[in-house]
Design a protein around this ligand. Sequence first.
Ligand code: FES
Length: 137
Amino acid sequence: MAESVEADGQRLPLCASAELAERGRAWVWDVLQYGRPARAFAVRFDGVVVAYLNRCTHVPAEMDWQPGEFFDAERQVILCAMHGATFAPGDGRCLGGPARAPLTAIGVAEDGGQVYWYPSRDIRPLPPEQPAPGSAP
Ligand code: FES
């Protein structure tokens, strides 16, 4: 079972629905987990958009074998490129390999052709870009 998704209720736009093909390349974005930079990814599996922190639960490493590529060759499981742990795309539970714990799930929703994600207490959006010092307002 994936770790619980504790959304705080305010959704943020992530990408157009059309960006996520069934079992295709992921949409990858930057977040803050406990205030530290991390990456997250969203994929479509069996028609449903799911999202997880891009951090393996064996060793805290990013898992994609090419940028945005998380599925195995058969496109059945999420495969960690480091040591081959596999995870169920639908709920993030660990299916095999050296990892044991599930992936950290991120709440997502699809509405009107747009995918949204839900920040949580632990996983937050990056702050708005600050203007460079000395730049015009
Ligand atoms: S870091 Fe993912 S299986 Fe080892």
